[in-house]
Write a protein that binds this ligand. Sequence first.
Ligand SMILES: Nc1nc2c(ncn2[C@@H]2O[C@H](COP(=O)(O)OP(=O)(O)OP(=O)(O)O)[C@@H](O)[C@H]2O)c(=O)[nH]1
Length: 314
Amino acid sequence: MGALPINIAGELNPQSNRTRTVVLVGRTGNGKSAVANSILGKKVFKSVAKASGVTQSCQMQQTQLKDGHVINVIDTPGLFDISAGSAFISKEIVKCFNLAKDGIHAFLLVLTVRNRFSEEEESAVQSIKELFGSKIIDHMIVVFTGGDVLENDDLTLDDYLEDCPRPLQEILTLTKNRTVLFNNITKDERKRAEQVQKLMSLVNMVVAQNGGKPYTNELSYELKRVASKKQMQAEYDAKLKKITVEMEAKINELNSRLEQQLAVEQAARRRAEEEALSTHRRSAEEIAKLRESLERAQQKIQAPPRRSGGCAIM
Ligand SMILES: Nc1nc2c(ncn2[C@@H]2O[C@H](COP(=O)(O)OP(=O)(O)OP(=O)(O)O)[C@@H](O)[C@H]2O)c(=O)[nH]1
């Protein structure tokens, strides 16, 4: 492996300053591969409806856009799905950083308007933040797929995001509303190009806001350091393995913390639901009692006057 074309400050070398590398992250089935294909303008990544994950490993593809920018697109499997094991995640994260030799300019968090924003989605974002550090947020753009669904309902992305759940609102605030909507099934080439153009202007904005520097973290420095030392293959492999194992331990620790947090939240929600149910039951009982006494009162009023000694009591 050769030296990476970024200097120690993480800045791009002049020859690569028209290259942008983006990584698609998000839950399985949200449409990462479909977005990657829309960016590339061709069906390169497999994108199909399947209950289990389709993308099995990080892969990178490149294209040159009309404006001269070269874009590297890295598609990832559902790295932060609850079912993904830590050994798999760590291996894939190391692979992803190894693929992104120019550094990563933007992380595209892929969400879909076709499903509700779930708790799992929220904890996936938390995992990303904790594993890569909150600096990653400065490089994050939220891509919503399912533009066609909103179009069919005559809705804009802003309409959809009105009154969105608080955790999603927080992500949008953190990422300074860098959002873009993709209709990945459109056959209209102009529309596809427009979507990519909007995304690229957000990517360029992120690059500018980060002083032209791609995202780097301890892991990318470590990988760069290991790669730059022209070591023997066996030594290099051993170092890479060590990095992967360390990453796995970090993921295990994070997962057990997130599981605990989720359990606490679920217990609190269950308690609140039970309380609401018992309040509802109590008020239903009170209403039934009230109704009963009302009926009794009405029966008394409607009852024929009692007679005494043949004479009506007036
Ligand atoms: N209607 C509609 N369907 C979409 C859109 N984008 C993606 N899909 C569908 O969503 C399903 C999942 O898309 P993928 O691209 O495979 O999702 P993924 O996140 O890459 O999934 P994995 O590769 O399994 O991690 C496919 O059936 C896509 O056709 C969109 O904009 N509109």
